[in-house]
Design a protein around this ligand. Structure first.
Ligand code: ADP
Ligand code: MG
Length: 694
């Protein structure tokens, strides 16, 4: 058994490998590209490509691919082999231009009209800040994906743009604080990933799980998660074996998987990595999701990444832990020890508060998907209303600053930013509110609304850009101030005063909060079709265009793609529900009813009591007729919705008409399941699924 340090990063062409294999001048040149975004010279690229290929071949690779993240949210790759013809034979070859740029025939990726099909080719460009790695005997080169017009066709390009502008805006602020030693700033992310594991043989008997990733029917089992006995409970041997292999494979790819534990729901688990630079964290999370699913199959398991595989049981999300760090190793959301550090911390803290308040709609949009709609606001995940949790300690400090009051009654003086030291607040008072969508957890913010199957790119693009916008405004105020400390104090105080409506320390699941939030004027975009069109609100277009993260054209395309993806998904769900009803459920109930009626006839002849049979046969006949009627209606609604025009209108109709009809059908089916003899029911029950891994 090899140790972690022996296997960690062995499948990654990382700094260590580059140093070993590249001539010094080439190594320095590529470092300059990675660290400072300097243009990569083709002669340099040729040397890097050759070294990379030799390394990959030593590791058993035969192919290479540009690995990218189109707007579908899943990663894409097109494999080419290293083999090139030469004379009568072949040689292994990989050139700089193939490393730096690729042209996948990508006409079938969604582009929202950005790339007309006659010019089907977009191109991929190497992101040298994310190391190449080997997966499935293929050298994978992390790339961005653009159209020839330069429009982003992926989730990575805007993320990289947002990281760059935030870095610049932060540097300017740091200079105001007299900090000259910092040469670059990056955002960091640790994405905790939740997932379910079910037995593959049981999964195979559920068409809804196979086609849609969630159960469309299923009566509640007698035991769910009410005992909370699964949370942090001992992990079953089979799951443990799976987690061990998953960790090991992730470590090889340089993903620092750190903690694995059970989650609240039966069969639910979580993997947390150590945080890293945001674009790497995004790549790593994509790899994590891919390996989770792949390795599960090897263990006779299926990994469900859907946000809500089971009704009535906790859904899955991703906790996106986010912060800003300098190249000198300072976390700018760490309160610090001195008045100076505290002042800087309070400025960045207020910037995040203002950003989240002003762009709460965009945060909601960044996590909007058909799957996540079942989770947000369903009394277990964070609600669809965005708010910030700071903890009592920090909250009272901010209140004192706002009111010019003394923070601690014993202190004689008012707290002045830049003059006084913040009192210490113990770390555990800053967390433990699990209901908050955006929580300050000591030295970072944790955004908890991201769906478990979603890429974290969109969410971070929004957070980075919104904070950039606010910091740019702060810079203007502070750079022209005569008295910096005074201006800083006023700025923090006014920001708190103007944006405190977004601060909420209470229970986000409480009904009362929805009403209170409405009074505060917070947005509550309940569904994806309601949320997405706000991407094109004037203030949002302005935010992205001014900061050069999206062009207006790119935003319009994205809006359309997301609405269409929503409609397609719900359409598949509806078709699956109809098929399951017609082919499995209605016939099974009919068959069981016939069995009951035969029994009734027989019992009548013999003069035996038939109360049970009569009662159940009656109920099932009624319910099955109703279920049949709902199925017909659902079919009718689908036909009607398909005739509608316009992405927004169609998506809204799917949300309103189709999902409602599906829920009506489900209620009837679940009731029938609960009174039908188990041997007649055509699907594994919730209990069979949730407790399938022994
Ligand atoms: P918990 O939330 O369970 O108390 P931690 O606070 O240790 O656990 O960390 C949760 C996640 O936050 C981990 O993935 C961790 O790497 C990440 N994290 C910690 N510090 C930072 C940071 N400065 N920036 C981004 N993510 C961070
Ligand atoms: Mg957490």
């Amino acid at each position: 058994m090899s140790t972690i340090s022996e296997i960690f990063g062995t499948m990654v062409f990382d700094d260590k490998e580059m140093k070993k294999r590249l001539p010094e001048d080439i190594y320095n040149s590529i470092q300059n590209t990675i660290k400072n975004g300097k243009h990569l010279d083709l002669t340099v690229a040729n040397v890097v490509a050759k070294a990379m290929m030799e390394w990959a071949i030593e590791k058993g690779a035969t192919h290479y691919t540009h690995w990218f993240q189109p707007m579908t949210g899943v990663t894409a790759e097109k494999h080419d082999s290293f083999v090139s013809p030469k004379g009568n034979g072949v040689i292994m070859d990989f050139r700089g231009k193939e490393l730096v740029q690729g042209e996948p025939d990508a006409s079938s990726f969604p582009s929202g009209g950005l790339r007309a099909t006659f010019e089907a080719r977009g191109y991929t460009a190497w992101d040298p800040s994310s190391y190449a790695f080997i997966k499935d005997e293929t050298l994978c080169i992390p790339t961005a994906f653009c159209s020839y017009g330069g429009e982003a066709l992926d989730k990575k390009t805007p993320l990289l743009r947002s990281m760059e502008v935030l870095g610049k805006a932060t540097m300017k602020i740091l200079k105001l604080f007299g900090n000259e030693s910092v040469t670059s700033v990056r955002t960091t992310v640790g994405a905790e990933q939740e997932y379910f594991l079910v037995d593959k043989e049981v999964w195979e008997k559920r068409p809804d799980l196979i086609y849609t990733g969630r159960t469309l029917f299923g009566a509640k089992p007698p035991k769910g998660q009410e005992l909370d006995d699964h949370y942090f409970g001992s992990i079953k041997a089979r799951v443990l074996a799976y987690m061990k292999e998953l960790d090991k494979e992730l470590w090889k790819l340089g993903v620092l998987a750190k903690t694995e534990h059970n989650e609240a729901a039966p069969a639910q688990h979580e993997l947390a990595p150590v945080f890293t630079t945001t674009n790497l964290a995004t790549d790593h999370n994509q790899l994590t999701m891919e390996l989770m699913q792949k390795i599960a199959k090897k263990h006779g398991l299926v990994c469900l990444l859907h946000e809500k595989p089971f009704a009535g049981v906790n859904g899955s999300g991703k906790h996106n832990n986010w912060s800003i760090s300098t190249n000198t190793g300072v976390n700018l959301l760490e309160p610090g020890e001195t008045p100076y550090e505290n002042a800087q911390f309070l400025l960045f803290l207020s910037a995040v508060i203002k950003a989240v308040d002003e762009y709460q709609d965009l945060l909601r949009i960044s996590v909007a998907s058909a799957g996540n709609d079942h989770r947000l606001g369903a009394a277990e995940a964070p609600p669809a209303i965005v708010s910030i949790f700071l903890g009592d300690e920090l909250m009272s400090i901010l209140e004192a600053i706002e009111n010019g009051a003394r923070y601690d009654k014993k202190e004689k003086e008012q707290m002045r930013i830049g003059v006084h030291i913040l009192p210490k607040f113990p770390k555990d008072t800053t967390d433990r509110n699990r209901t908050s969508p955006f929580a300050f957890t000591g030295n970072k913010f944790e955004f908890r609304m991201v769906g478990s199957s979603d890429s974290i790119a969109d969410a971070n693009t929004v957070i980075n850009t919104a904070v950039t916008q606010v910091l740019t405004g702060f810079y203007e105020v502070l750079s022209s101030a005569e008295d910096f400390t005074e201006a800083l104090h006023d700025l923090v105080r006014d920001t708190i005063k103007n944006h405190k409506r977004i601060l909420f320390n209470g229970n986000g699941y409480d009904e009362k909060w929805t009403k209170e939030a409405e009074k505060r004027g917070l947005s509550n975009l309940r569904t994806t079709p309601e949320a997405i069109p706000h991407l094109l609100d004037e203030k949002n277009i302005k935010l992205f265009v001014d900061n050069k993260v999206f062009s207006e054209k790119e935003l319009r395309a994205r809006c359309e793609i997301q609405l269409e993806a929503y409609s397609k998904l719900v359409n598949i769900e509806a078709l699956t529900a109809i098929d399951m009803a017609n082919q499995l459920i209605l016939p099974a109930v009919s068959k069981y009813t016939r069995e009951l009626t035969k029994s009734i006839a027989l019992k009548k002849e013999l003069g035996l009591r038939d109360d049970y049979e009569v009662s159940v046969a009656q109920r099932l006949s009624n319910l099955n007729s109703e279920a049949f009627a709902r199925t017909r209606e659902l079919e009718g609604e689908l036909t009607a919705v398909k005739r509608l025009k316009g992405a927004e209108r169609v998506a809204r109709a799917y949300a309103k008409r189709i999902l409602t009809k599906m829920a009506e059908l489900r209620a009837l089916v679940d009731e029938m399941e609960s009174i039908t003899a188990k041997e007649y029911w055509p699907l594994p029950a919730y209990g069979d699924l949730l407790f399938s891994v022994k």
